[in-house]
Design a protein. Structure first.
Length: 117
């Protein structure tokens, strides 16, 4: 990761993303791979909308379906943790279903700014 002070998530509580994190968001966005950028662009362009892994895989023409989606979430998740921040997206597991993913309005606005800068 470029120019980000690494934190130890085991000894330091993670912080939520906030508007003051614009430079950090820009740095992390710059380190994301193409698959992760495409995935998060979908989430940030539809804040609050919950997408299943299967739906995202279809929209992204993912070569390994929802497993590709999980892989594209892995590195950004680790980068967020190392930066001392909560993951930049939310997820849940509705009863009897697979995971759903989304970004809040605040998260989406912050990372849209990073993407567009």
């Amino acid at each position: 990761m470029t120019d980000v002070t690494m934190k130890n998530p085991e000894t330091m509580p993670l912080q939520e993303w906030e508007a003051a994190d614009a430079n950090l968001a820009k740095t992390l966005w710059g380190d994301f791979g193409a698959g992760a950028r495409r995935l998060f662009s979908i989430l940030m362009d539809s804040p609050g909308r919950k997408f299943s892994g299967e739906e995202l895989a279809e929209l992204l023409n993912a070569p390994h379906g929802r497993h590709s989606v999980a892989g594209w979430l892995g590195t950004p998740g680790k980068q967020c943790l190392l930066a001392g921040r909560e993951p930049m997206w939310r997820w849940d597991y509705p009863k009897g279903q697979t995971a759903r993913y989304w970004m809040t309005d605040e998260q989406a606005a912050l990372f849209r700014q990073a993407r567009n800068s």
